[in-house]
Every structure is written in structure tokens, then in C-alpha cells.
Write a protein that binds this ligand. Structure first.
Ligand code: GLN
Length: 280
């Protein structure tokens, strides 16, 4: 076992920044054990047959989360498939901001998540705000099925409705039951010719990533529609690419929304917290 993990780590060094961790996660998955169980109990045992196939998949740049079928986000476990973007730690800043106001301010909130994917933003917020209810929308029926499954497995299905809707289509929000106290959005925002790691480019859903030559197409479509959906005193938390803060803030200002920049743990611009601009 120890030798197999060493060899796999060496082989994975060219594919990932975290070769040892990836090797351990794949080995644990092949064993049907947790990573700590692997390290505490199985290090002297035989290598399970399934490991070689999992390793080959990772060597072909398939993300660990798709191989395992799950990803942790904000302390919760989400099922993921190639139909949904893998939840990123960077996006946790939106959840933290949503919860920072505290249940006193937002505990009974109505929440909308635009482009919910796995449901990670909406469900993490609903988990943290026991009185809140929410709607997750996505234009991908396959993604919505995953979001609904995650809502059920997290015990949040009674408070989370998943609706097929596309903000580029007329009337998409008619049946959603707004206005909303909190709107979350992690729309596609990658430039169409961006150089992405093969893990992302070849495996994650292009429809969740790319948004035109500057990555702004979805902001240009969605943000002008937010004021009509946002309750007075409500907030919209919109994820952005690290270089997009100015451009997206300008789109928001044109729409009558003003806001603050939120940074991720690495200190990069990661989201805008928007509200109705004073006097509008
Ligand atoms: N953060 C993702 C990435 O860098 C992009 C997510 C998105 O487009 N919404 O790959």
C-alpha cells in the first residue's frame, strides 16, 4: 500500500498540484473507506483492484470530485457529476457573506440562486439560515436533478425548490415567486478563449464556465434584471472573476445597483454584494 501510494504520487505530479492528497483520496475511494481510515487502518493491507482504474482516470486529468462523485463545500457534502460545476472553496465567500448578517436579519429570507448547478450556494445558505426558503434555477435539467438530489440528502428539500429557467429567455422569472431578500449567482464568467487547466476545460460543463469574449455576457443579461427581483433592502451576491470587479460594478451601477467588493481567502476579488442604489 505505501509503495503504491508513493508510485501514484510520483505519477500524478505532472497532473495535479496535490498528487499525494489525490492518490490518498482515490485509494480510500477504491477501499470504500474514508481517507483517515486509509491512513490509520489500511496502510499495511493490499491495494484494491479498483485503484488502477481510478488512478488512470485522474492521470487523464479527470477531476477528483467527479471520480469520487462528491465534493465538500462549506462543511457539507455535495454530490457532483460532469453535469455540474465542481463547488470551489473560493465561492464560500458568498455563503459567509450571506450568513454574516445573521438570522436576525435574514433568518426568514426568501432566497434565489441563479445558475444553481449542484445547488451548493443555495443549500449552504439555507443550511445556515433555518428559517429561510429558496429557489434554485438552472437552464440545465441535468444539473437541476443533481441540485434536487443534494437538497434531499441534506434534508433541505422542504425549503428548496429547483426550477428549470434561463435568464436569457423572456419571462423566465414569472413563476419564481419573487421578490427575494437575497439573490445568489455564480454565473458563467470565463472568457471564451481563456487558457484553463485540462481538469476544467476538458471535464467541467462549458455552459457553466464560458460567457463570451470577455466573460461578461451573462452579467450583461442577468444583472439588469436583478432590481425587479430584489426586495427593498435585499442583497444580491454575485461571484466575479478576479479581474472583472470594475466591469461588473459598472454593469450593476447602470442597472441601479450599488455594492461592495468581497475578496476570497487568497485576497482576490471574488464577489460583489449589491443592493438597490440610494434614491432609485
Ligand atoms: N471559478 C471558476 C473557474 O475559475 C469559474 C466559475 C464560473 O465561470 N462561474 O474555473
Amino acid at each position: 500500500m505505501a509503495a503504491a501510494l508513493r508510485e501514484a504520487t510520483a505519477a500524478l505530479a505532472a497532473t495535479t498540484d496535490t498528487p499525494r492528497l489525490d492518490a490518498e483520496l482515490l485509494m480510500a475511494h477504491a477501499l470504500g473507506a474514508s481517507r483517515s481510515d486509509l491512513l490509520l487502518r489500511h496502510m499495511a493491507g493490499p491495494v484494491p483492484e479498483a485503484f488502477a482504474v481510478l488512478l488512470a482516470r485522474r492521470l487523464a486529468a479527470e477531476p477528483v470530485a467527479y471520480i469520487l462523485g462528491e465534493q465538500e463545500f462549506f462543511g457539507l457534502t455535495f454530490r457532483v457529476t460532469p453535469d455540474v460545476l465542481i463547488p470551489r472553496g473560493d465561492s464560500e465567500v458568498l455563503v459567509a457573506a450571506a450568513l454574516a448578517d445573521g438570522p436576525a436579519a435574514t433568518g426568514l429570507a426568501k432566497v434565489l440562486d441563479c445558475g444553481t448547478g449542484s445547488g451548493c450556494l443555495l443549500l449552504a445558505v439555507l443550511h445556515g439560515l433555518p428559517g429561510a426558503v429558496g429557489v434554485g434555477i438552472d437552464r440545465s435539467a441535468a444539473a437541476l436533478a443533481i441540485a434536487a438530489e443534494n437538497a434531499r440528502s441534506l434534508g433541505l428539500a422542504p425549503r428548496a425548490r429547483m426550477v428549470l429557467a434561463d435568464w436569457s429567455q423572456q419571462g423566465w422569472h414569472k413563476a419564481l415567486g419573487g421578490p427575494f431578500d437575497l439573490i445568489l449567482a455564480n454565473p458563467p464568467y470565463v472568457e471564451s478563449d481563456a487558457a484553463l487547466a485540462p481538469d476544467v476545460r476538458d471535464h467541467e460543463p462549458a455552459g457553466a464556465l464560458f460567457a463570451g469574449p470577455e466573460g461578461l455576457d451573462d452579467y450583461l443579461c442577468l444583472i439588469p434584471q436583478l432590481p425587479a427581483l430584489l426586495a427593498a433592502g435585499g442583497r444580491a451576491l454575485v461571484e466575479i472573476g478576479a479581474t472583472q470587479a470594475e466591469a461588473v460594478a459598472a454593469i450593476a451601477a447602470d442597472a441601479g445597483l450599488a455594492g461592495d467588493l468581497l475578496r476570497d481567502l487568497a485576497g482576490r476579488p471574488r464577489a460583489l454584494a449589491l443592493r438597490h442604489a440610494a434614491g432609485r
